[in-house]
Design a protein around this ligand. Sequence first.
Ligand code: ADP
Length: 483
Amino acid sequence: MKKTGVINVLFASFEAAPFIKTGGLGDVAGSLPEALRSKNLDIRVIMPKLSAIPEDLIKDAEFVESYYVPLSWRNQYCGLFKLVKGKMTYYFLDNEFYFKRNRVYGEFDDAERVGFFSKAVLESIEHMDDFHPDIIHCNDWHTALIPVFLHEHYMKVPGFDRIKTVYTTHNLKFQGQFSDFVLGNVLGLEGTSADHQLRQKNGGINFTQAAVRYADRVTTVSRTYAEEICGPYYGEGLDGLLREYSGKLCGIVNGIDTKDWNPARDRNIAKKYKADDLSGKAACKAALQRELGLEENPDVPLLAIVSRLTEQKGFDLVLYDLPYIEGMNAQLAILGTGERKFEDAFRYHQGIHPDKIAVRLEFDEALSHRFYAGSDIFVMPSRFEPCGLSQMISMRYGTLPIVRETGGLKDTVIPYNRYTGEGTGFSFSNYNGEELMDKIREACALYSDNREAWQQLMRNAMSVDFSWKAAAKEYKKIYSSLV
Ligand code: ADP
């Protein structure tokens, strides 16, 4: 039963750490709800019971009920599971046909899988006997159909007419665009009022476009990105729509899980350290150099990348700069998976300079901790970056980021000021390999020539509060304004 004065929020996401994470969305869904939970805010996470979730993490989930979810001409089984972990409640929606797959995303029937998930979230509400949401907080295009189905099919169901929706885009590049066929056959929305809201001007349908229209509030993950996406360069074709709805759009900078990402307590790293005693970081660096087969030398600046290997992250600039980096007294370590052309190119460079370039083409959470702790400089020259977590994580580990001034990178990294010694990293403005190279040279020179200034920057970076506190306050304000 709902307690008076308490706002109930159902936080819908296709992934959430620690259960499953493919990128930043998993981190956010894993840590933001916990930061939001309070005596006045009952927030529960709902996600698919994906087969990729390690069994031991959900073995204690209790089966609540099963029911059938209508989706166009289909009627699909859905099992509702509930797991209370610490103070958080998680719901998992089970359907092996949709969720027992090798990959989280990128399946041929993703439109149907996320359509089912969105519909099943709404259907599940009547089966959660101790919880009825005031707000459904939807995250990314996998949940973009929730506001659409809510308006189309559930407004006449008692209790549903008061449910408000918040839609957060974590990356506008991914919108959920499909052929017209999906509209009727898959979603059962052809000829409804949602039909027009989903259709794009130039053909096909777009889940995010409809979510922006139907949701009560739209948010994204940094202030700068919220401004950027209202213009054509970053707007991914939706800038006109976002300008039209700018009254309900705002940007809230993400935080990170400061318990998980904490060099003073991190069990994954060779030696723990903190801002007022940095000695452990040298041990972490030596261990990482050894592990990666790089020359074990504390004086060579070690540059690192932990990332999806995609265009977005600025890898064409990194490739342009690689021959220069190879000619310098520096090392580069890359941990990532993604586009074949980048994987091949980095593997090739590692083959030529194995003493200087180390590449690990895998997704390895524990190794990522060793990368953040063991390197000196983190390279993140993104073409666009809604928020970015890696630069915040690296700063927390005293690894100074070099970033391009876009989106959340601009909002979270204070560029080094050589006159005042202020700053938490390095930044450049234009998407250009030469500008990135200038910053790499500047950072490496400072590391080698002025250790005192470098250590001051490390301490500055490590003392910034990257917790969810500030963001949680802003999300609470949005929730309160809706109920
Ligand atoms: P995005 O969500 O665009 O991929 P973010 O910077 O917001 O980028 O978040 C990326 C998250 O995924 C970080 O926690 C980063 O450490 C992690 N990550 C990316 N690639 C890997 C990898 N290959 N192995 C382990 N963690 C990774």
